[in-house]
Ligand binder design. Structure first.
Ligand code: IMP
Ligand code: MG
Length: 184
């Protein structure tokens, strides 16, 4: 069910998000300097972050995307990765961009897949990291915000593929979640 935008609790407003993305960009600019970077956005949740972040980066860069999905209905299903990337990553410095680091399984699997393509390096940047949820050793190299374990939507993140266009980050209430059809 689509809830009106007025109903949702704002966790991070537009100004806070913008500051977080600016800080993320500063760290990434500092790390790479002017070395060329191949950016890979993990779709679909990273779509807004990807657009905002790359405009704040100073180095020469190429942008590609790959599609992942890990939820079917209310159940976490097998993670699928559409790896038909147009961009070659062999011998490139690769920076993965994702919306949220939750269990970490998605980014872990994506990094594993990219690793087999022979990049020079792989780093990862996420907008959000959920506190205490991680099931893997890996941690993202760049994180804009650590957030509590709540289901969040907006700024690219969805619930039933809706809410991605919210300009802020909002929490959905627990009674909205049964029947969730989460995709990435
Ligand atoms: P993982 O658990 O780290 O593998 O995260 C899987 C994917 O689920 C993330 O990339 C997001 O696209 C999505 N996801 C995880 N938590 C949330 C949330 O709170 N709201 C919306 N999507 C989420
Ligand atoms: Mg995602």
């Amino acid at each position: 069910m689509f809830r009106g935008f007025a109903d949702v609790k704002i966790l991070l407003d537009e100004q806070q998000l913008n500051k977080g993305v600016e800080q993320l960009a500063r760290s990434i600019n500092q790390f790479y300097g002017l070395r060329p970077v191949t950016i890979i956005g993990v779709m679909t949740g990273s779509v807004i972050l990807l657009a905002d972040l790359i405009r704040k980066l100073d180095m020469p860069l190429r942008v590609g995307v790959l599609q992942t999905a890990s939820y079917r209905g209310t159940q976490r299903g097998p993670l699928t990765i559409n790896s038909e990337m147009i961009l070659d990553v062999a011998n490139r410095e690769v920076l993965l961009i994702d919306d949220i680091f939750d269990t970490g399984n998605t980014l872990n699997a994506v990094i594993d897949m990219i690793h087999h393509l022979g990049p020079k390096s792989i780093q990862s940047a996420v907008l959000l990291q959920k506190t205490g949820k991680q099931q893997v050793e890996l941690r993202p190299d760049f994180v804009a915000f650590d957030i509590p374990d709540e289901f969040v939507v907006g700024y690219g993140l969805d619930y039933n593929d809706e809410y991605r266009n919210l300009p802020h980050l909002a929490c959905l209430e627990a009674d909205d979640l049964p029947g969730a059809d989460r995709e990435n």
